[in-house]
Design a protein around this ligand. Structure first.
Ligand code: MOS
Length: 692
């Protein structure tokens, strides 16, 4: 079964594919600039306290060192509401690895060498970096102390329903911290000359970076350009600019127009660009004799940092998923002396659905019915909390089609009964859901060059998902010309404003913008436009937002083998069936689902950032210690989707596909591991010792 090849579905190849594989597509650090300098960051080696003395003399004497920057000589920055960007503004240390200075030199090697000569003395304060139940500072929803947390949800009487339920599950699930490891590490080149500030930056939203950095340094945003034609992955870690961008800008202010280049190492990325925080989630489900939910409770405690708040809100995955007359959903934050967490692919949904979908599997075992049937019995008529109708909801179709393709019905439900050689074999299923979001405010320009050839401009960033190709297709379709007649320019603040590449919104938000701009162009200039005419327009407000509950759905299936002697878990086969509205490009969409599922497999089996709470840092902070699923870990992954026409979500009809592939994957694998062994593991990742 392993190594089965699957056909790649049809669809235009990536328009920039050739440039990428031949190495001519420039990533941030590779942009040619004249006479650059190189920045090496200095980072704190204590978890909390302050710098009492920082001696830079030896570093400054090194031949080739241009500048050493510390809080003593850094320019003052304006507060912009993001403490990560307030670099070198005081002597305070909030977490180990925090930026405390930089060496700028003629070569990266000189900068790194000189950085090692800077002598730093600290005053240490006690720190708390250990994520545990009884953390000293726990935030509850409170507009002042924890503005990011949603209010608790309380419907009916969960405790009474749970007490009366025929079947119950009451279990606690944990997920570890995980770090984003995009192929392209974070990098920026800052050039500050008489024109203003130019950043070649690896990011998820050039306009957002421009607006924040302009405010931070107090210059007109028209004088700041941010350029990102190609970005080698991000997963949320490039959603907001992090401290290294501010640091590089501070440095560029002191180099008399010479560009300053900064590329973070993998190890630096484990401290400076965010991560998915660990969670501890208690799920209580109560059901009637037939398995219909009468009570659903989901309470999540998750880590944030003391100096900057982030709320993963994993429990919110249980708000709208299944029908249940009684429901309680709460999210709490444990504030620690650690780097700030941030969004990571399917923030909230990925850990939250791991807990919920494992609990649902446990309930199916208690009730003694098939887990697919249990889910079908708990389908809501309308969105359970908002009461809104679904714009479309095809979870059952995904489960049924998936069961058929996967061969689910041949399954003997008894756990621990199928053995092949030294391997116990099992199969598992889980549901996936991800909200369909729309980020407003994008604009696109349609420019007619001549003879039916168009240039389309939108400042959106393609983080490697295939957005450039999908937008080119949508523009060509709306303008009724062949694909090759459209040249799409994106990634830069030279193009019209575009929303962030996040929340799986690219095709929905920018696609709708391009389609509506093309319609406006046709209205204005007709179907035979003159040479050189252009129109800039955005998408109109969608009157259906707020009238319908909008989500994409999916069903994840996995076959798992667990070795009887070593506990090693292998996943020879996975299948994902999704319902995500219109699929614009089957070829690139297939890759998005496949990538999400692979990342989910990696979450299930491997990914775990191990914190040494004595020092407050991640010890396995590189790709040798932090294992990400490679080809040898992956068997066959089959991806498909149901045809879904949703007239309500947006003009394109697309629900977003970047994140849903990672949702439910780890639960499907864990449920299959239980079916194989009879051992229910509730703590990710599913490492061998947990099965012995
Ligand atoms: Mo993504 S986690 O929506 O940036």
């Amino acid at each position: 079964m392993t190594g089965m090849t699957r056909a790649i579905p049809p669809g235009p190849e990536r328009v920039e594919g050739r440039a990428k594989v031949t190495g001519t597509a420039p990533y941030a650090f590779e942009h040619p600039v004249t006479d650059p300098l190189y920045l090496h960051p200095l980072r704190a080696t204590i978890a909390r306290g302050r710098v009492t003395r920082i001696d830079t003399d030896a570093a400054e004497r090194v031949d080739g060192v241009h500048t050493v920057l510390t809080h003593h000589n850094a320019a003052t920055l304006n507060p912009v509401g993001d403490p990560e960007l307030a670099v070198l503004q005081s002597d305070g240390i909030d977490y180990r690895g925090q930026l405390i200075g930089a060496v700028v030199a003629e070569t990266p090697e000189i900068a790194a060498h000189a950085a090692g000569l800077v002598d730093v003395r600290y005053e240490r304060l006690p720190h708390d970096s250990e994520f545990r139940d009884d953390a000293a500072i726990v935030y509850t929803p409170d507009a002042d102390a924890s503005p990011m947390l949603s209010p608790d949800l309380e419907r009916g009487d969960v405790d009474a329903a749970f007490a009366e339920a025929a079947h119950t599950v009451d279990a606690t699930y944990t997920t570890p911290p995980e770090h984003h490891n995009p192929l392209e590490p974070h990098a920026v080149i800052a050039t500050w000359d008489e024109e203003g500030l130019t950043l070649h930056d690896s990011n998820q939203g050039s306009h957002l970076v421009r607006d924040l950095l302009a405010a931070l340094v107090g210059i007109d945003k028209e004088r700041v350009s941010v350029i990102a034609p190609h970005v080698g992955g991000a997963f949320g870690s490039k959603g907001m600019p992090h401290g290294h961008v501010a640091l590089t800008v501070l440095a560029a202010r002191r180099t008399a127009g010479r560009p300053v280049k900064c590329a973070l190492s993998r190890t630096q990325m484990f401290e400076l660009v965010g991560y998915r925080p660990p969670t501890r989630q208690r799920v209580r489900l109560g059901a009637d004799p037939e398995g219909r939910l009468t009570a659903t409770e989901h309470d999540s405690l998750e880590q944030t940092s003391r100096f900057k708040q982030y709320a993963e809100q994993s429990a919110s995955a249980s708000r709208e998923m299944y029908a249940s007359p009684n429901r309680r959903v709460t999210n709490r934050l444990a504030a620690l002396d650690v780097p700030a967490p941030t969004w990571m692919r399917a923030p909230g949904e990925a850990p939250g659905m791991y807990a919920l979908e494992t609990a649902v599997d446990e309930l199916a075992v208690r009730v003694g019915i098939d887990p697919i049937e249990l889910r079908v019995r708990n389908e809501p008529e309308v969105a359970p909390v908002s009461g809104l109708p679904f714009s479309s909801r095809n979870l059952v179709a995904c489960l049924r089609q998936g069961a058929e393709r996967f061969g689910w019905h041949e399954r003997d439900p008894r756990p621990g009964t199928r053995r092949e050689g030294d391997w116990l074999v099992g199969t598992g299923v889980a549901a996936a859901s991800f909200p369909t979001l729309f980020f407003p405010g994008s604009l696109a320009t349609i420019h007619h060059e001549s003879a039916g050839k168009y240039r389309v401009e939108i400042g959106a960033v393609d983080i490697g998902t295939g957005s450039r190709t999908a937008l080119t297709q949508l523009a060509a379709e709306a303008l009724e010309v062949p694909l090759e007649n459209v040249e799409l320019r994106l990634g830069s603040t030279e193009q019209p404003h575009a929303s962030l590449a996040g929340g799986s919104t690219g095709t929905a938000s920018w696609g709708s913008t391009v389609v509506e701009a093309a319609r406006s162009f046709r209205t204005e200039h007709g179907s035979e436009p003159a040479e050189g005419v252009e129109t800039t327009a955005g998408a109109a407000d969608n009157p259906d937002i707020g009238k319908y509950a909008m989500h994409a759905y999916g069903a994840q299936f996995a076959e798992v083998r667990v070795h009887v002697d070593t506990g090693e878990v292998r996943v020879p086969r996975m299948l994902g069936v999704f319902a995500a509205g219109r699929i614009v490009n089957p070829r690139t969409a297939h890759s998005q689902f496949l990538g999400g599922m692979t990342m989910g497999l990696s979450t299930a089996l491997h990914e775990h950032s191990v914190v040494d709470e004595r020092f407050g840092h991640v010890v396995n902070h590189d790709l040798a210690g932090y294992h990400i699923a490679g080809n040898a870990d992956v068997g066959s992954i089959e991806v498909s989707w149901v045809d879904e026409h949703d007239p309500h979500v947006n003009p394109v009809g697309a629900k977003g596909i970047g994140e849903i592939g990672i949702v439910g994957t780890a639960a499907a694998i864990g449920n299959a591991a239980y079916h194989a062994t009879g051992v229910r593991v509730r703590d990710l990742p599913l490492t061998p010792e947990k099965f012995l």
